[in-house]
Design a protein around this ligand. Structure first.
Ligand SMILES: [Fe+2]
Ligand SMILES: [Fe+2]
Length: 139
């Protein structure tokens, strides 16, 4: 589920590296969610969730900067930035929920949502800029 697949590759080393890190953080959360002991993982969950959140923001900014710097199609840029912003808004909303109660249920919902979103976004939206950036010599 969190394994990197070759069809995720945008053929841009730095972007692929960042996408791999997103999957890595999501899989760390998944490992905690499926742990069946009674240990209280609250601090760890919050730490990794914040890390995932921060890294996502960093990654989105990186992509958006490339689009601006290299003059990627303005409609596509607008649409892409909108998708990023919607995801960040959702993450902030989840961050406000009380992770302490129903810890694992919220965590599972979060992991499923985030992973599904990231996968779809990479395969559809990020994939659209692949040829453009490659043609600009970004690989
Ligand atoms: Fe991306
Ligand atoms: Fe993106």
């Amino acid at each position: 589920m969190f394994d990197w697949k070759n069809n995720y590759s945008c053929n841009i080393a730095e972007i692929d590296k960042q996408h791999k890190q997103l999957f890595h953080l999501a899989s760390q959360l998944y490992d905690i969610a499926k742990a069946s002991d009674d240990y209280d993982y609250y601090d760890e969950i919050v730490r990794i969730f914040n890390e995932l959140s921060d890294y996502t923001v960093y990654h989105f900014k990186y992509e958006e900067q490339l689009m601006d710097d290299y003059g990627y199609d303005s409609e596509e840029t607008k649409r892409h930035k909108f998708e990023h912003a919607a995801f960040v808004a959702k993450m902030i909303q989840l961050q406000k929920e009380d992770l302490d109660k129903k810890q694992k249920k919220i965590l599972m919902d979060l992991i499923m949502f985030a992973t599904d979103w990231i996968e779809k976004h990479i395969l559809h939206s990020d994939m659209k800029y692949k040829d453009f950036f490659n043609s600009k010599g970004i690989v």
